[in-house]
Every structure is written in structure tokens, then in C-alpha cells.
Design a protein around this ligand. Structure first.
Ligand code: GDP
Length: 339
């Protein structure tokens, strides 16, 4: 009898163990076991990834998250709102300003995201584009730190203007970086633009002066002047930029029609600090915000407008020649806010 009980208990234990092991090996309902080399971008098989991966459900946009923050039992929705804005790269001071303004206007039961939307639209203002003269030579001075995308943006801009039937000259006033000069040459050729450059180490002001004369002599409609972008903290760079600007003023008889600051959107608030230094030195009239196609959250556009007091005029959305878009503030606000 005791032997029989022991055998039965033994069989039950073995059965239980087997059951657990088998259930672990069987895939859960609805889950496909991983197949080597399938279904992920990491395998490098983009085609497979695109066709087999389930469509990603987009998370709620900023507006949705703001509504949730106010709808739930969150203790302090205002600091929650500030956190959401900072998380979207709007930057601490502009975020605080938006929260303050919305808080002052907010009435119980109102949709806070609609008020935030109004603030965002008011900070951005109307879209503004590059303003170049319709007659004579227009001059665009381009400044920004190295690596921000100056050369690429100049190339894209030159190509865009050329495609509109304009004759474009480019001046390489960054006489220090040999590689950048070569790269500018490649872009100029691609855009069908005429490149003015001098030997390495030449005086940047002299290059700009010669470029104005050369562009005039060729009957160019637009001259785009590239400049050096060594670290903004070094005073001589700002002095050099001021000088290039003065030389252009002298040669053309007026300020450059546009002084475009190229700003890398992925540098976030750090970029804003750099930008303030450039704005002070050379009276920036517009920002070209690059690399908005990457991980950058668009909120930095608001910080730029609010802190620098200058509009974003063009946006870089990739490394190819066509990846330059005019900045549309209404479309931008809608995209930032989401649903
Ligand atoms: P510069 O040193 O300011 O002249 O910068 P470059 O024009 O050489 O650009 C630096 C890097 O940023 C290069 O690898 C460019 O291809 C890249 N880049 C420039 N603009 C964009 C953009 O809008 N999107 C992306 N993804 N990359 C960009």
C-alpha cells in the first residue's frame, strides 16, 4: 500500500514538472517565436522589417499628454505641464513663460492644451522666409559653429535658388578649414554655383570683398558667404565675423540682406547659448535649423524664437540636396502639439 502511494505521488510530481517545462517551451498565444535574421532593423534587412513589423502606434502628441496631466489626479498639473514642455526641448525659460501665461488665463474646465497651442502660435508668429532683393545682388551671410551644418545648408540653399533660375555665387570666407573648402566646392558644383575662394589662411574679409566684386562681374543674383565657425567662446572668431560683415556692408553699400545662423537642433539648449553669442555679434536675421529629421524634438524652435528674437526661416531635414524646407509656423505648431 505504501509503495502504491509513493508511486502515485511520484507520477504526479513528474507530471507537474513536465507540464511546467512544456508550457515554457510553447510560444504564448499570439506570439511568434523569433526566427534568425527576421523582423528587425538591427539585422539590416530593411525590407523585411518594413513589411513584417506591426505598425507602430504613435504615442499621444503633446496636446494629448497635457490633457491627461490635467484630467487625472495629478497633484500639480502646472509643474507636470512644465516638465512636458521641457521634455519636448522647449527649454526651461520658454517653458516657464508658457506655463505662467497659460496659468494666468486658465479657467476651470477649459482645455489647457488649446491654451498652450495659442501660446505656441503666438511665440512663433507668422512664417517668414528669406528676403532677397528682386533686383541686383542679394547677399546672404551664413554663420554658425563648425559641425552645425553650415556647408550642407549653403549647398542646399544654392541648389534651391539655382532651381528657381537664380545665378548663385558662393564665397568661402572660412579660409582655415581645407576640408570644408573642398566640401563647399563639391556642393557648389552640384548646385551649378560659382565658388570664390582664396588660398588657405587668406584674410576672410578680403575673400568676402573679392567675392562681392566677382559676383557682380558675373551678374549673379545671390552671393552666399560662408564663414568660420571655430568655438564661439574665442573672441577672435566673433571679431572676424564682425569684420566680414563690415566688409560686405562697405562693398555692397548696405547690410547683408540676410544673416543666417545655422543651428543644429540636436544640440538643444546648448545651441541656444551659442546662438545668443552669434546674434549679439552679427545681427542675425534668421535661423536655419538643421537636423530636425533626427532625434531632435521640435520644441527648440520655440526657444530659438523666444530667446533669440529671430524667426526660424528654413529647416534642414536630411543630408540630401532637397532636404531644406521653408519654415511653416502653423504646420509646425500642429505637428508639435499632435492630437
Ligand atoms: P559645418 O561644419 O557647419 O559646415 O557642417 P556640415 O555641413 O559639414 O555638416 C556636418 C554634418 O551634419 C554632416 O555630416 C552633414 O551631412 C550633417 N547635416 C547637415 N545638415 C543636416 C540635416 O539637416 N540633417 C541631417 N540628418 N544631417 C545634416
Amino acid at each position: 500500500m505504501e509503495l502504491l502511494v509513493a508511486v502515485v505521488v511520484g507520477l504526479v510530481v513528474v507530471g507537474l514538472v513536465l507540464g511546467v517545462v512544456l508550457s515554457r517551451r510553447r510560444p504564448a498565444p499570439g506570439r511568434t517565436p523569433p526566427t534568425p535574421g527576421r523582423g528587425g532593423v538591427a539585422t539590416g534587412d530593411r525590407q523585411t522589417a518594413a513589411t513584417t513589423a506591426p505598425p507602430r502606434t504613435p504615442g499621444p502628441g503633446l496636446a494629448g499628454r497635457i490633457r491627461s496631466a490635467f484630467g487625472s489626479a495629478v497633484q500639480d498639473p502646472w509643474s507636470e505641464l512644465e516638465g512636458l514642455l521641457i521634455g519636448a526641448d522647449v527649454g526651461p525659460s520658454t517653458s516657464a513663460r508658457i506655463v505662467g501665461d497659460v496659468r494666468a488665463r486658465y479657467g476651470q474646465g477649459e482645455d489647457p492644451s488649446a491654451l498652450v497651442g495659442e501660446e505656441i502660435r503666438s511665440i512663433l508668429g507668422a512664417s517668414s522666409s528669406l528676403e532677397l532683393p528682386t533686383e541686383g545682388l542679394g547677399v546672404v551671410l551664413v554663420v554658425g559653429v563648425n559641425g552645425s551644418g553650415k556647408t550642407t545648408t549653403i549647398g542646399k540653399l544654392a541648389a534651391r535658388l539655382s532651381s528657381q533660375g537664380k545665378r548663385v555665387s558662393i564665397a568661402n570666407s572660412d579660409t582655415f578649414r581645407a576640408a570644408a573648402s573642398e566640401q563647399l566646392g563639391v556642393w557648389a558644383e552640384r548646385a551649378g554655383a560659382h565658388l570664390v575662394r582664396q588660398e588657405r589662411g587668406a584674410d576672410p574679409g578680403a575673400v568676402a570683398f573679392d567675392a562681392v566684386q566677382a559676383a557682380r562681374a558675373r551678374g549673379s543674383d545671390v552671393l552666399i558667404v560662408d564663414t568660420a565657425g571655430r568655438l564661439h567662446t574665442k573672441q577672435p572668431l566673433m571679431e572676424e565675423l564682425k569684420k566680414v560683415r563690415r566688409v560686405i556692408e562697405k562693398a555692397v553699400g548696405r547690410s547683408p540682406d540676410e544673416t543666417l545662423l545655422v543651428l543644429d537642433a540636436t544640440t538643444g539648449q546648448n545651441g541656444i547659448a551659442q546662438a545668443l553669442a552669434f546674434t549679439e555679434a552679427v545681427e542675425v536675421t534668421g535661423v536655419a535649423l538643421t537636423k530636425l529629421d533626427g532625434t531632435a524634438k521640435g520644441g527648440v524652435v520655440l526657444a530659438v524664437r523666444d530667446r533669440l528674437g529671430v524667426p526660424v526661416k528654413v529647416v534642414g531635414t536630411g543630408e540630401s540636396v532637397g532636404d531644406l524646407e521653408p519654415f511653416d509656423s502653423e504646420a509646425f505648431a500642429a505637428r508639435l502639439l499632435g492630437g
